[in-house]
Write a new protein. Structure first.
Length: 1169
């Protein structure tokens, strides 16, 4: 029942007629809001406006002579002793027999090769289609990974150099898996097959003896096949590409037999077997190998190679003629043509040519030629080349393959409808190649080759680990001419040579060492490292992660106070090469502002996350350095990296302090100018750094003993400490001051949120456990009462009061349900509270001659006034106050009345259920009534501290009503107010689960929010009205359990629960962001996320178990509602947050709050749910 507006007989709780409360809060709140807004505005501006850091030009340092006394002798590992192998005579006989059988198998294999080489029947026409696009990948060139990352969407297969023959009979494979590349492929394109090369390459040469040892016998072949299958299964490869080269003629049968047996084993597991073969070698029986493989990969390059005479790497005429011969004997559907994109630089006679990438070839041309046009295009071979003579008189001839040669070769191969085309190799290619190869192969526009993209490598000048960008990338250009007859490119003229980043290195001071620490500060490890440095008298540079500095400001201040230097390592340790430029600037600026606000100094030193080396190897890695330099930063690299971030070695053993120390010593002992270093990289955060802390004293003492001198990064750069960490300028001090307040507030808020979350979860779990135990105790008492038939036969006269305001749709149904009651001593009084609809007429017309029914009408005065009028005119000893939208079962009145046999009982709460389970919103409420309202009443009945006897189903002893004066209109929760008053008089408040009332719940979120606002505001009013009961011993469990429960879990928790949800969601979002922004090498501890996930999951589990217990205690309740629990809890928290905030706001505002009439739909059925 709802009334249009309460007409209180006394001022409603929180009503502030003169508005004093609102004025007081305004006086306090407005200045706080203004200050907060100004500080936040300063903060936003400060991080959006780049801090002013004037550029400093670093002077190159003269190279100091190498110090022999600093060289660290690394002892060779002693060779393992070899025991003599003793054989019995019988074993010799067995071996001889095996040899004879093996020779027989080889003869059979040779016959099979001969048979397979016979001309086959002409194959049907090949259906033209898009060929496979394949890329070869190598570990030893960072550019290969850069190319893979940039072009993976254009590839169908990747063929990496990852597997070699080891020569070990027990472990025939030597693996060199690039985890970074494999993880990238499997995360970005998980369905793309990876087919690693199996090679007989060892000690930088093709090894036929190794091959003979591995495939000569059946046992060795089967071991090799078993090892390959195991490796494929372990790494989820799609198959293998056999790349066995320089095979002696006598080993061809054994190789064929191995490939045939491998193919048979692969077919069972649906794996792909490809074989890379020479393009034009008479010793290879191409047709035979095609018969026992899925694909033959023709390596169509090295017409001239590094140990031969200078000439075209793959002339177009040679390519076309050789391909014609091959395709005469190979099925097109099994043929993949491999084309090259690299070159050779032939120099002094007798010396092997240097293999160069396209970019290296063009860089040599740029450095040695007067004009790009001096790069010639040989009209016969259609290969580019150039020559030059060095200052020492050595003549060089450079031939290479680029995107133009690839275009011509692809155009020559496509008419054969080959199965695929493969690039040797990723990272060495002309980047413009991807406009005519890969996913765009059917969209070829030769004009796209006019522009030459810069490559994947970075050019360096000088030595040292302090970096400055000297030149940024520039694209190149060329002119092309085409042959009218076949469409091939007949002429290529370079107009501008592309160039990548040019990096100037400085800071090379042999014999001097600077310690640097990344990722801190950490509250555990950084102080211990500072203690060691202080004891040893060594100054270091700490490249901080901003969010760690925000959480540990005192440690950051200590670093500066003890004379160490701070550098910028981004705010969240994001991979700055992979985030938008604006995000990268925010990462740097926010960290800079944090440093300024805490120390009064800025920093010029920067190290990009995931740097991992003294210099970035690819343009992608170079971008953070270029961005930072534009802001005035100096990028600091490193050469002495002991990988102390690793907790576990590759072999699974712990990464120890001794290993860290030895690796630093070994790196420091390198004396070659290109590789020697002065900067040590260690970590003071990001995981367990106990090994680093343990290693640090030994590193310092050991290096000093070897003659090294400890210095600072600033000294290596030729700068003073004030230059690398200048005081904040006067015009920036306002920003720094405002930022300090904001960062402090953020840190405090984060700390509070974490503890609120944990305390809230712990309290929630504890409450659920206690409520569950108490509810079960009440459940057992109920069973005992049923067994004893308590109250049966006790039949006091009962009056049911039904207040009704505009209830014409539901009032008759409610009256009918009451008239169907099995209780004999009953009267029904309907009080029409001045309805503006036909409530009174509908009720009187429907029941004109019902003796148990009285219908009274009055002027509108509110629900409390209607109830008071009704019970005062009633005859009953027991009064039931029933909302007009609720239906009783025939036994409900009886179940309520029987409980009053106990004279201590002042009121009994019944079992309210949602009767209109029509949609998601009403099903949520049905779930809530069972798992929260009724479950709580069960529990609190055990302690006699129920705080609400609901208007939907509840009964009162008349003497209790008379003792309290009845229902009060000064709150919107008159039933809760009366319940607390009755309890304060000393009565017991009972709960009867068998007294069921089906109520009509709001069917939309808007109506639900309106109802719950009334409930929440009424609860606030009741708690404030009865604040004298809180923690008052006089009222026992009401004051010490029920009232604190309401304040904490019904008032405070709804206000803070969204913060808990926000923290949980943010933790998940941060984890996802870390997954995309951060690489695996970043070992930042996920313990905080793990804790949050653990406690949140534990809370959900306990909550679900509690809900299950509640349902098990309810007779005939729909258990399937439990599936909605997690969604219902989350959705309800958002609604309750809104209504509780609104309730608190309205309480502060002090205005009269109306009831908020809900429109009835008459959708309740008095039946079991």
């Amino acid at each position: 029942m709802s009334s249009s507006e309460p007409t209180p007989d006394r001022p409603s709780v929180f009503f502030d007629e003169k508005g004093r409360r609102r004025k007081v809060f305004g006086v306090i709140g407005i200045p706080i809001a203004i200050v907060t807004t100004v500080l936040f505005a300063f903060f936003v501006v400060s991080v959006l406006v780049n801090p002013f850091l004037p550029q400093i030009k670093l002077k190159p340092l003269s190279v100091l002579p190498e110090r022999q006394d600093t060289a660290l002798a690394i002892p060779d590992k002693p060779a393992a002793p070899r025991d003599p192998v003793l054989r019995r005579e019988t074993e010799k006989v067995k071996q001889a027999k095996k040899d004879r059988l093996e020779r027989k198998r080889e003869r059979v294999a040779a016959k099979e090769m001969e048979k397979a080489a016979r001309p086959a029947a002409a194959a049907g026409p090949t259906v033209p289609g898009k060929p496979l696009s394949v890329g070869f990948y190598v570990n030893w060139d960072d550019s290969s990974f850069a190319s893979l990352k940039q072009n993976i969407d254009s590839l169908d297969w990747v063929v990496p150099e990852w597997i070699r023959l080891s020569g070990d009979a027990d472990n025939p494979l030597a693996l060199d898996i690039d985890d970074k590349a494999l993880d990238f492929i499997q995360s970005e394109k998980p369905d793309m097959p990876v087919l690693p090369l199996l090679q007989n390459y060892k000690n930088e040469q093709w090894n036929s003896d190794l091959l003979r040892k591995t495939i000569a016998t059946e046992d060795s072949r089967q071991k090799l096949i078993a090892s390959l299958l195991s490796t494929i299964d372990r790494f989820h490869f799609g198959g293998i590409t056999v790349d066995i080269e320089e095979v002696p003629k006598d080993l061809q049968p054994a190789l064929f037999l191995f490939v045939s047996e491998l193919h048979t084993a692969f077919q069972v597991k649906h794996l792909v077997l490809a074989q890379a073969v020479p393009f034009d070698n008479p010793d290879w029986n191409y047709r035979s190998y095609a018969a026992v493989t899925d694909y033959v990969m023709l390596m169509a390059y090295d017409q001239h190679w590094s140990t031969g005479e200078a000439g075209p790497v793959a002339g177009q005429d040679w390519f076309a003629d050789s391909l014609k011969r091959r395709m005469a004997e190979l099925p097109p559907e099994k043929t993949i043509v491999c084309f090259g994109n690299y070159g050779y630089n032939w120099g002094a006679k007798g010396k092997e040519a240097e293999t160069v990438s396209v970019q290296e070839a063009l860089l040599a041309a740029k450095d040695s030629l007067d004009s790009p046009s001096e790069i010639k295009f040989d009209p016969d071979s259609k290969n580019p080349y150039f020559t030059y003579t060095e200052d020492d008189g050595v003549f060089h001839s450079v031939w290479f393959l680029d995107a133009v040669t690839a275009y011509n070769e692809i155009k020559a191969a496509r008419p054969y409808n080959v199965a695929g085309l493969a690039l040797w190799r990723l990272g060495s290619e002309d980047p413009s190649l991807w406009t005519v190869f890969g996913s765009k192969i059917d969209e070829v526009s030769p004009s796209q080759l006019d522009a030459i993209k810069y490559g994947y490598e970075v050019t360096f000048e000088g030595t040292g680990e302090i970096l400055q960008v000297k030149a940024e990338p520039q694209d190149g250009a060329r002119d092309l001419k085409f042959e009218a007859a076949d469409g091939l490119i007949s002429s290529e003229t370079y107009k501008q040579i592309p160039s990548s980043y040019v990096i100037r290195r400085t800071g090379d001071k042999p014999g001097e060492i600077a310690l640097t620490f990344d990722d801190g500060p950490d509250p555990v490890w950084t102080p211990k490292i500072l203690d060691v440095l202080k004891k040893e008298g060594v100054k270091a540079t700490f490249f901080i992660v901003g969010e760690n500095g925000e959480e540990n400001p005192e440690i950051l201040k200590r670093i500066v106070a003890e004379g160490h230097t701070i550098g910028n390592h981004s705010f969240t340790h994001a991979n700055l090469a992979e985030v938008p430029n604006r995000v990268a600037l925010l990462e740097l600026n926010t960290t800079q502002r944090l440093i300024e606000s805490l120390t009064g100094r800025s920093t010029r030193l920067f190290r990009a996350p995931y740097f991992g080396d003294a210099e970035p190897r690819t343009p992608d890695e170079m971008e953070p350095t270029a961005r930072a330099q534009d802001l005035g930063y100096i990028s600091v690299g490193l050469h002495l990296d002991p990988d102390d971030w690793k907790l576990i070695n590759d072999d699974g053993t712990p990464h120890t302090a001794e290993e860290i120390t030895d690796q630093v010593f070994a790196a420091a002992a390198i004396t070659t100018p290109e590789e020697r270093g002065s900067i040590v990289l260690l970590h003071d955060a990001g995981g367990d750094r106990s090994a680093t802390v343990a290693a640090l004293p030994g590193i310092i003492e050991g290096l000093r003993a070897k003659g090294y001198k400890f210095t600072t990064v600033a000294d290596l750069a030729g700068l003073s400490e004030d230059q690398v960490m200048p005081p904040v300028q006067q015009d920036q001090s306002a920003y720094a001051k405002a930022d300090s307040y904001v960062f402090y507030s953020i840190a405090v808020a984060a700390w509070l949120m974490k503890w609120i979350f944990l305390i809230g979860i712990i309290l929630g779990i504890g409450r659920m456990v206690i409520i569950g135990v108490l509810a079960f105790a009440q459940f057992l008492r109920s069973r005992r009462r049923e067994h004893e038939r308590f109250g049966v036969g006790y039949e006091p006269f009962v009056s049911v009061i039904v207040p009704a305001y505009n209830e014409e749709k539901v009032v008759c149904q409610t009256i009918s349900s009451l008239l169907e009651s099995d209780y004999p001593a009953l009267e029904i009084i309907v009080v029409d509270d001045g309805s503006t609809d036909a409530t009174f007429k509908v009720a009187t017309d429907a029941f004109p001659d019902e003796p148990r029914l009285r219908i009274i009408t009055k002027e509108n005065g509110g629900k409390a006034a209607a109830l008071n009028l009704g019970w005062r005119q009633a005859k009953g000893e027991i009064i039931i106050a029933l909302d007009a939208d609720t239906l009783f079962t025939p036994t409900t009145v009886s179940e309520l009345a029987h409980r009053f046999k106990d004279e201590r009982i002042g009121a009994v709460a019944g079992n309210a259920k949602v009767g209109n389970r029509l949609n998601l919103v009403t099903k949520w409420q049905a779930l809530e009534y069972v798992t929260s309202q009724n479950f709580d009443r069960r529990a609190f009945a055990s302690l006699n501290c129920i705080t609400v006897v609901p208007g939907s189903v509840g009964a009162w002893r008349r003497s209790a009503l008379e003792g309290t004066g009845g229902f009060s209109s000064d709150t919107l929760a008159e039933d809760q107010d009366l319940t607390i008053q009755v309890r304060k008089l000393g009565f017991l408040i009972g709960y009867e689960e068998n007294a069921i009332g089906y109520t009509e719940a709001p069917a939309t979120l808007r109506e639900l929010a309106k109802q719950r606002f009334r409930w929440s505001f009424g609860t606030l009013q009741c708690m404030w009205k009865h604040k004298n009961a809180l923690l008052n011993p006089r009222f026992g469990t009401l004051g010490f359990i029920a009232m604190p429960n309401v304040w904490i879990f019904q008032v405070l928790f709804p206000l803070i629960s969204p913060l808990m949800d926000l923290m949980f969601i943010w933790s998940l979002v941060a984890a996802v962001m870390n997954h995309f922004e951060h690489q695996q090498e970043y070992a930042h501890s996920s313990s905080n996320l793990n804790n949050i996930l653990f406690y949140y999951a534990l809370f959900l589990a306990v909550d679900w178990l509690g809900a299950l217990a509640a349902f098990l205690m309810e007779k005939k309740e729909q258990k399937k509602l439990l599936w909605w629990l997690a969604v219902q809890r989350f959705g309800y928290r958002q609604v309750m947050y809104w209504v509780m905030v609104k309730s608190v706001y309205m309480a502060i505002k002090g205005v009269v709050v109306g009831w908020g009439k809900l429109e009835r739909k008459a959708t309740v059925e008095a039946a079991s749910p």
